[in-house]
Design a protein around this ligand. Structure first.
Ligand SMILES: *[C@@H]1O[C@H](CO)[C@@H](O)[C@H](O)[C@H]1NC(C)=O
Ligand SMILES: *[C@@H]1O[C@H](CO)[C@@H](O)[C@H](O)[C@H]1NC(C)=O
Ligand SMILES: *[C@@H]1O[C@H](CO)[C@@H](O)[C@H](O)[C@H]1NC(C)=O
Ligand SMILES: *[C@@H]1O[C@H](CO)[C@@H](O)[C@H](O)[C@H]1NC(C)=O
Ligand SMILES: *[C@@H]1O[C@H](CO)[C@@H](O)[C@H](O)[C@H]1NC(C)=O
Ligand SMILES: *[C@@H]1O[C@H](CO)[C@@H](O)[C@H](O)[C@H]1NC(C)=O
Ligand SMILES: *[C@@H]1O[C@H](CO)[C@@H](O)[C@H](O)[C@H]1NC(C)=O
Ligand SMILES: *[C@@H]1O[C@H](CO)[C@@H](O)[C@H](O)[C@H]1NC(C)=O
Ligand SMILES: *[C@@H]1O[C@H](CO)[C@@H](O)[C@H](O)[C@H]1NC(C)=O
Length: 892
């Protein structure tokens, strides 16, 4: 959601940043650090006292004299290192927001894949890989600094290290290693500028070397700058500069051979992603600026008329009365007409989603139920004095904010959802969209008079059109935390200034004040980065309460580590620019490949500014491979529904046809991700970890683990230079095989505006639907075909998971395994879920010579069921067998 003055303010912020004096790394390296005393080891645990080793350097406060170190080998692949102040209850991320991982009692560190080494005087620690003795993390000559409002840890890494993660950002997927700062502080980041703090906070990185991949997670929700820098001849360093909390590191061993192992290990810490409803993989259409219910209805009609499958229609804040949540505008979006739209969608197996913001209009005595009920239940975030609600200025004007730490807030939120989104009397939404939950406030710091600022900023903005005739026909007649003592801290203006890009750069600018106080005594200074994730949990719970037992689709803007266990996210307010199309790939790879928020997508065709026909066509093609596929734009932009231009409509139909045929494959990937944290999307290096050419590639990616997407991302061109690693690849359409020996770049030409290069990686067996459909409900009635794409070694494998598509605990399910070797496909599984569809045919790719015979279940098959195309090397076997049992197919 755009903030109108955002651009101007962003420019102001930049100059403010430059003016700040920051202590250099050299100065910090001169700090005394600590000595380790009374080191004690007991089984998997090591504890020590850390005592300041010299004259305090007091860079951003007073060095704390004594710290406690606790190291735990939590499993054979995970070491937990915690450094705290034993004399003071410092803030730690509450267990209620991120439950700590289950720790196995590993009796001896000597069996662990990574181990901790330390020196006592001065104290330093390193983590090394046991098998190779390679050092993965080392505080070496960089003393730890621990002050009330400043923590610093710095590690040495190899030169030009391959570092991924530390989101949310719009920078390259492989992070820059030169003079680079990643700031984590939730921000309403209109235009998602590179190099700045954005909406979400995921303090995890994976580091990849040809010798292995490991991960480092700093469990801390305070504001921080993470600096990555290189010194010639020395190497890369990562320096954490954190303004509160404790040092709480999880080191993940990963693996020497398979990069996805570290992703699974990270899922053990923050939780594996939620499964989402089958329907949510269909196409979503939204925009800010639909003027009234007729617009919304016409979009639905126009998609259908253009034969572009539309699964879910969305409506932005336009539907609200004066932009107040849980209301509809009686003149523009009358409830009865909106209910007619929802009923229409449901009758056509389509779905409906509405936006809900956290901020509630502050309207004492005006009879606004959501405000009155929240006030009666006393659920608002409080100003620093703890007695009155904290006030900001958001879309409806002056607002309060729900306090997700208050034990009564969930009940309040459930009740508001149950009432407003009631199937009987309200709007029966199928998913929830939650925005502005950094939390965003338009009030410029200092926000001493939110009423005045709301007036100045015309909040809520007036409507620009007249209300329609309400009778216009549509559809063409068809618990308490430990207290943290911040009394000596400056929480508005801490001595270390993180590089917050919001407004003037003050921590409280454009958001809830850092001294705003929660029901459990915590303050926003510590918990700011959790607000969006906590709203996500509350909304997930409220949706679950409306439809018990059913999976939810909640799409949020702000996230913290672990958010993916409950919600998906979109990448915020991008622009209709080619750069932003390109950056979206690193964005989805970060969320789905590293942070475990795989239900992710960017606004297709771009949110703000005006898209163009060619950009929108290319973006429709790429967007079909976002796990969450939604076209959405801003109120001042031109309309960009896919049917608006013939080329875009054709591109969308083509892309959606591929996507829909692969939805069961995507659904299976989500099921696997939910089970064990296996990534839903993969950068090329996850699959080719020894091939250094792949490490920096973020313009191509694997959708699931075997579909290589290599889009055209530049304007005015129909060619694209793509990388094919050393493996067989099969074009998704022609099914012909390509193999670039040793791996290499290839120029693909004549990629017109309605097509996208998609290839199947050798080694995969894919269950695909024979054709696309206009809804996912219809798709589920379509037959399968099994595509066997052998690797260079002649083998392939795959799987398929099916269930009712909606239940959290489905009554029936089907799990199929596909294995191919020695020219024989073996299909086995448990077929509990009735599908009523057939396996129409099996397509065997890369078959070099015409087969002499083909057997099914060991018996020779009738010649008429077999066809072989020698030019493509494709052997098709027609089966038309009910997909309710296993079988084998072999050719000679
Ligand atoms: C040393 O540490 C142990 C526990 O690890 C503790 O019980 C003991 O009191 C400590 N000794 C001193 C002198 O601090
Ligand atoms: C661990 O520390 C000791 C003492 O500093 C050093 O000799 C040894 O090489 C270190 N081991 C590794 C694997 O770094
Ligand atoms: C590092 O980046 C900052 C901020 O972008 C810039 O002002 C500074 O000049 C850069 N320094 C070096 C040494 O490149
Ligand atoms: C990177 O190092 C250079 C040279 O020491 C320094 O000027 C710059 O500020 C550093 N940048 C960051 C982000 O630490
Ligand atoms: C729907 O299509 C009709 C006919 O092309 C067009 O006049 C109308 O503007 C479109 N409306 C919307 C909301 O797409
Ligand atoms: C508490 O602080 C708020 C915001 O600063 C102020 O409006 C309110 O009057 C204060 N209440 C009391 C009782 O001091
Ligand atoms: C987008 O197009 C509309 C309609 O032509 C125009 O009013 C608006 O200024 C354009 N916006 C931008 C950012 O160019
Ligand atoms: C693409 O072509 C258009 C029209 O000629 C031109 O305005 C635009 O600058 C070109 N874009 C690039 C990236 O060359
Ligand atoms: C675009 O390319 C595809 C694939 O080569 C081809 O099937 C299609 O006919 C082309 N479309 C146009 C309009 O040339």
């Amino acid at each position: 959601m755009l903030t109108r003055a955002a651009l101007k303010l962003a420019i102001l912020a930049q100059s403010a940043l430059l003016a700040r004096a920051v202590s250099g790394s050299a100065e910090l390296d001169a700090c005394p650090g600590y000595k380790a005393k009374n080191v004690s080891t007991l089984g998997p645990k090591l504890t020590a006292e850390l005592v300041l080793a010299g004259q305090p350097c007091n860079v951003y406060g007073t060095d704390i004299e004594k710290l406690a170190l606790e190291v735990t080998y939590e499993s054979s692949s995970r070491i937990h290192v915690e450094i705290t102040d034993p004399s003071d209850a410092r803030y730690e991320v509450p267990e209620s927001v991120l439950p700590r991982p289950h720790a196995n009692i590993l009796l001896s560190p000597h069996t662990a894949a990574i181990r901790l080494n330390y020196t006592t005087s001065p104290f330093s620690f390193s983590i090394y890989r046991a098998s190779t003795h390679e050092v993965l993390f080392s505080t070496g000559s960089h003393p730890i600094v621990f002050e009330p409002q400043y923590l610093r840890v710095k590690t040495d890494l190899p030169a030009n290290a391959n570092i991924y993660g530390l989101g949310e950002h719009t920078d390259s997927f492989r992070l820059p290693t030169h003079n680079y700062t990643r700031t984590l502080w939730s921000r309403d980041a209109y235009g998602v500028p590179q190099g700045t703090n954005l909406y979400g906070n995921h303090p995890i990185y994976f580091e990849h070397r040809t010798s292995g991949t490991h991960g480092v997670f700093l469990l801390n929700s305070n504001g921080m700058d993470i600096k990555i820098n290189d010194t010639e001849g020395v190497g890369t360093t990562i320096e954490y500069n954190v303004i509160g909390g404790v040092l709480d590191f999880y080191f993940l061993a990963g693996s020497e051979t398979d990069p996805t192992v570290v992703a699974r290990q990270y899922a053990e810490v923050v939780g594996a992603p939620a499964e989402v409803p089958y329907w949510s993989f269909g196409l979503h259409q939204c925009r800010f600026g639909y003027q009234n219910f007729i617009d919304v209805a016409n979009v639905i009609t126009n998609y259908s008329a253009a034969s572009i499958p539309l699964e879910t229609m969305w409506t932005d804040i336009d539907y609200m009365y004066k932009r107040r949540i849980f209301t509809v505008d009686p003149d523009y979006f009358p409830l009865n007409r909106m209910r007619e739209i929802v009923d229409y969608l449901h009758a056509h197996n389509q779905h409906f989603v509405l936006m809900t913001d956290p901020a509630v209009a502050y309207l004492p005595g005006e009879g606004y139920g959501p405000f009155d009920r929240g006030t009666a239940a006393d659920v608002w975030l409080k100003a620093a004095n703890g007695s009155s609600p904290f006030l900001g200025a958001v879309w409806p004007g002056v607002t309060v904010f729900p306090d997700w730490f208050n034990s009564r807030t969930q009940g309040y939120w459930n009740n508001e959802f149950a009432m407003f989104y009631s199937p009987e009397s309200g709007l029966d939404i199928d998913g929830a969209w939650i925005d502005m939950n950094e939390p965003s406030s338009f009030c410029n710091y200092p926000c001493s008079d939110p009423f005045e600022q709301a007036r100045e900023q015309d909040l809520p903005p007036a409507r620009s059109t007249l209300p329609p005739d309400p009778a216009t026909p549509i559809f063409g007649q068809t618990t308490l935390q430990k207290r943290v003592d911040h009394s000596h801290d400056d929480v508005q203006n801490p001595p270390y200034h993180i590089a917050n890009f919001a407004g003037s750069g003050a921590l409280s600018d454009k958001t809830a004040y850092t001294d705003a106080i929660h029901a459990n005594g915590l303050i926003e200074y510590d918990t700011h980065n959790l607000y969006g994730t906590m709203m996500s949990t509350a909304t997930h719970n409220a949706m679950l309460a409306r439809r018990p037992g059913q999976r939810t689709l909640v799409i949020t803007r702000s996230t913290f580590a672990g958010a993916g266990t409950r919600v998906g996210k979109w990448l915020g307010d991008n622009f209709s620019q080619w750069d932003h199309l390109r950056q979206s790939i690193s964005g989805i790879l970060g969320m789905a490949g590293v942070f475990h928020v795989p239900m992710v997508g960017a606004d297709i065709c771009g949110y703000a500014e005006n898209t163009t026909e060619t950009l929108c066509a290319r973006w429709a093609l790429v967007g079909a491979f976002y796990p969450f596929m939604r076209n959405h734009n801003a109120d001042t932009s031109i309309s960009q529904e896919f049917y608006r231009w013939p080329t875009v409509a054709e591109a969308a139909r083509n892309a959606l046809d591929i996507r829909y045929r692969l939805i069961d494959y995507l659904y299976t990937a989500f099921h696997t991700a939910h089970a064990d944290g296996t990534p839903v999307l993969n950068p090329l290096w996850y699959k080719f970890p020894k091939d250094a050419n792949t490490f920096g590639i973020d313009t191509q990616f694997f959708f699931g683990d075997a579909i290589l997407v290599s889009p055209v991302l530049e304007e005015n061109t129909t060619s694209v230079r793509v990388y094919y690693p050393d493996e067989a690849f099969y074009d998704f359409h022609s099914l012909t095989r390509t193999h670039v020996k040793g791996g290499g770049f290839v120029e693909l030409t004549d990629v017109n505006l309605t097509s996208i290069p998609v290839a199947i990686k050798g080694g995969a067996v894919l269950p695909v639907r024979q054709k696309g459909a206009m809804t996912t409900a219809e798709l589920r009635k379509t037959d399968f075909e099994i595509v066997v794409a052998p690797a260079l070694d002649g083998t392939a494998s795959g799987s398929l998971y099916l269930d009712d598509g909606i239940s959290i605990v489905p009554k029936t399910s089907t799990i199929v395994s596909f294995a191919f070797s020695h020219q024989k496909l073996t299909v086995t599984g448990t077929f509990g879920h009735p599908t009523d569809v057939d396996v129409a045919r099996v397509r065997l790719l890369g078959v070099q010579v015409a087969p002499r015979a083909v057997n099914i279940n060991g018996k020779a098959i009738n010649k008429s069921a077999v066809s072989y195309d020698s030019s493509k090397g494709v052997l098709d076997v027609t089966l038309k067998t009910p997909f309710n049992r296993g079988f084998t197919i072999q050719y000679q």
